[in-house]
Design a protein around this ligand. Sequence first.
Ligand code: HEC
Length: 110
Amino acid sequence: MPVSRLITTRNVAAAAVLAMCLPPANSAAAQSASQPLIVAICAPCHGYDGVGRDVQIPRIAGQSAIYLKAQLHAFRRGARKHPDMSMRAEDLTDRDIDELAGFYAILPPG
Ligand code: HEC
């Protein structure tokens, strides 16, 4: 097989793989799957990007999901206390915590 033909075939395969990996741009479905609605509660302080909005607010983007879950559970049951966080964590369900931790964990740490 001529080399040029090989390269073409490989490029096509690479493009196909790339197309499967890329999220559809601005797709509402992709958006809601990856960004739980409840993030709206956290965003005023942590942002949608997980970067704290002031120096007292820790950056949570890219933090391990296991760690984030553990902290949210600790705030919820009162083992870790902070006036801002304890109040917000109180009403989170296990599923909310899983989704929020998953969402912030995959963001670029910045
Ligand atoms: C009013 C501002 C505010 C809101 C709203 C808020 N947080 Fe926080 N969050 C903070 C502050 C301040 C801290 C630092 C607490 C401390 O010093 O112990 C914190 C800490 C955390 C931590 C621990 C980070 C670490 O490094 O240990 C996590 C996880 C977290 N927040 C997630 C959330 C999530 C998820 C929500 C939405 C349900 C949320 N926060 C809503 C202000 C806020």
